[in-house]
Design a protein around this ligand. Structure first.
Ligand SMILES: [Zn+2]
Length: 459
């Protein structure tokens, strides 16, 4: 599209015409445009930036109880760039007061010098507070002064503007990804806890094989986890070292969180395993999103693999001291089958990706968000799949291979028969044997997490 000054002038005239129209109907108008030096005035970047700023401006005005009309608004793009105009519904309001509010919006905005919010009063006159805007390149003089004296080259101006917009949008995206990933992590854990009934595990109805915790203990500790997931997410997004150096960073956040969890539960271990596995997952997912607009789950897995390289041998084999931990003893006796969550992590969750996630995709309702029965049914399928393949090191350590294999077999039968009776038997078996497949429950949350991530098409 050929752009010349003539058509930019025409565009500006059209804007003036709109302002006069609003004034004629007795309304103050507010308009938004961008300060883009030179041409083209509109690019993909300016459009995205404009959309973001407009949404922020609307919220800002609403927070000051300034109400925009819902049917008079006009938004378009022409040779002069992006443009939005709307009338203000508030009657008996001083136009200068509105101007002050929008000036505050511009001043507090980190890319505020690129933004022009104009107020026109009912006589279609521009409202000015007399304050001069600083130059967007040097910030030293007023914008008008730098323009008149041609202090900066055209290239410098344009370069500054575009890099400011890019930086601003990148920061916005980080905030949004970090929040989304963290909230999906919490959601995954809440769904896992809510599945009722669960064999040997704490659920809404009872505490399974546990005597020191119940559904509410899990809600309490999940509330603590929820606020810390952002730390994993932020750290993953901002991580710039090589991934084999990430584990100490993840552990630091995890150990601090563990402390908070124990404080909340009076020393009961509700979600130590979940903290490690979900913390790792949140970090890795966020890292993948910082490197790719819309990463595949394989990129997520590759990140996990690189972070957890040699985790099993590093943590379970190197201890030469006399006293060995449960994990080390279990690994010594059963090999990889006894390496539990560490084996899953080192191999980027084979139980989840090879077994549970396909079941999640098949059964988890995509539209029926409010059908609790269907969701419960789907979650149960996924959990049973996990119990039938996962080697729970805690059960192996406490009960030995025979009981562990019996548990897996019983879960397989439940899956094959889809019988409620068999599921009840499995639950009773866990109570009788006093076992709780907590490792599989953690992996259920780890399945729901990427399962929900891949359902989002727009980040
Ligand atoms: Zn300047």
């Amino acid at each position: 599209m050929p752009t010349n000054h003539h058509s930019i002038l025409q565009s500006r005239e059209e804007r003036t015409r709109l302002r006069i129209e609003f004034a004629k109907s007795g309304k103050i108008s507010v308009s938004l445009s961008l300060n883009i030096p030179g041409v083209p005035k509109s690019t993909d970047l300016t459009r995205k930036f404009f959309r973001t700023v407009l949404a922020e401006l609307e919220i800002y005005l609403a927070s000051e109880r300034i109400f925009l009309s819902s049917d008079n608004k006009n938004q378009f793009e022409d040779t002069a760039g992006e443009f939005y105009i709307n009338s203000i519904e508030n009657l008996n309001i001083d136009s200068l007061k509105i101007k002050e509010i929008t000036e505050r919006f511009e001043e507090n905005h980190s890319a505020g010098r690129l933004i022009d919010v104009d107020i026109f009063d009912v006589d279609s006159q521009p409202v000015s507070s007399g304050k001069a805007k600083k130059c967007m390149v040097c910030g030293k003089y007023s914008a008008v002064d730098c323009m008149r004296s041609q202090r900066h080259s055209y290239e410098e101006l344009r370069e500054t503007v575009f890099s400011k917009m890019e930086k601003y949008l990148a920061e916005k995206r980080k905030e949004s990804v970090v929040k989304k990933i963290s909230s999906l992590a919490t959601k995954s854990i809440l769904y896992e806890i809510s599945l009722t009934p669960k064999p040997g595990l704490v659920d809404f109805e009872n505490s399974g094989a546990h005597s020191d915790m119940n559904f509410l203990t899990f809600l309490d500790s999940t509330a603590v986890l929820a606020v810390h997931f952002e730390n994993f997410a932020k750290s993953g997004y901002e991580f710039t070292k090589t991934l084999n150096q990430a584990l100490p960073e993840i552990r630091r956040i995890g150990l601090a969180l563990e402390k908070e969890m124990f404080r909340e539960t009076d020393g009961v271990n509700t979600q130590k395993g979940a903290i490690f596995l979900m913390g790792l997952s949140v970090f890795a997912m966020s890292y993948a999103f910082s490197r790719n607009e819309n990463p595949t789950l394989e990129e997520f897995r590759q990140t996990v693999r690189e972070i957890c390289k040699n985790l099993v041998s590093d943590e379970l084999q190197t201890n030469q001291s006399e006293t060995k931990t449960h994990g080390e003893l279990c690994f010594e006796k059963y090999g990889n089958a006894g390496a539990g969550a560490r084996f899953e992590a080192e191999n980027a969750f084979p139980s989840v990706f090879d077994h549970a996630l396909p079941v999640f995709r098949l059964y988890f309702p995509f539209t029926d968000k409010f059908n609790r029965e269907k969701i419960n049914f789907a979650l149960r399928k996924v959990l049973l799949t996990l119990i039938s393949v996962n080697n729970d090191s805690n059960i192996l350590y406490r009960k030995g291979r025979e009981t562990a294999e019996m548990l897996k077999e019983k879960a397989r039968i439940c899956l094959e028969t889809e019988s409620g009776e068999k599921y009840k038997e499995l639950c009773e078996f866990c109570i009788r044997e006093n076992i709780s497949p907590g490792g599989s429950a953690d992996l259920l949350a780890i399945t729901i997490f990427p399962g929900n991530i891949e359902k989002i098409d727009k980040w």
